[in-house]
Design a protein around this ligand. Sequence first.
Ligand SMILES: [Ca+2]
Ligand SMILES: [Ca+2]
Length: 282
Amino acid sequence: MAFAAAVSETETGRDEPAASSSSSADPARSGPMSVVVGVDPDRLTCFMGGSVGGVVLTAEALAARLRDGQPYRLFDLSGAHGETLSIGRPRSEGGEGECVDLWRQDLALDPRESGSRQAALHLPPGAPDPLPGQLEVMDRPLGQHVELMREFLARRGIADPEPGIVQSIRTDLEGDGAIDHILNLVRVGPDHARAGDHSIIVMVRGEGPAQRTFIIQEEVDVSDSAYSSTLWVNTIVALVDINGDGTAEIITEGGYLYGGGWEVIGWDGNGFEHILFCGCDG
Ligand SMILES: [Ca+2]
Ligand SMILES: [Ca+2]
């Protein structure tokens, strides 16, 4: 398999809890604060948390610090989209159990602007531009990436793989000058699961022998089923640096048969970790 030698895969499980070291509540922590809120096409918000002094804090740990009328800027994969203000303070809507991480933060959104997903960021005064220096949504994936992902699925035992690359983003995630491609693959049928259905997010770094593939999410149906697929399907909404360390985080909105929500996924220099979540994980 020609590609196998050039591909190294780093697994990160979506179901792993956020690393306690980066998300622990520290009421004494001080420093510049940033906040990230997901906005869905119906302008329904999901308050994910943010960071204080560069350390990521969960929604629960951050909520008490927020006030009415704080400024937010709106972002998606095409860039920045104006400003808004918070209305009131974050509120937990999850109660107990599977929706314990569901928090809302109302924003004064323009009702004429709807239909798209956005990430709303409150950033400290003087914060650097949170967008990566390079950010381009490609009309179609590179042929070499289609082949790469065909090989990827074949190694999972899928015969005649059909990689469904629905988002192909060309960026420089950590600003080191080397281009990174983030690919979101989705193939899910409406009624029943088919062998080879998949929901995968990877980052492809480099080209040729130096190319490496980092797995951000991987779910693959390996057999047919008469029942609906239970794959968690994502949309990559924005790439923005929420904690000011110069590396953009990946903001996704997704869901499956039994739940859904927003995530912040961060690059730690060797791989990806799921650092914040808002929603119901079922
Ligand atoms: Ca890079
Ligand atoms: Ca960052």
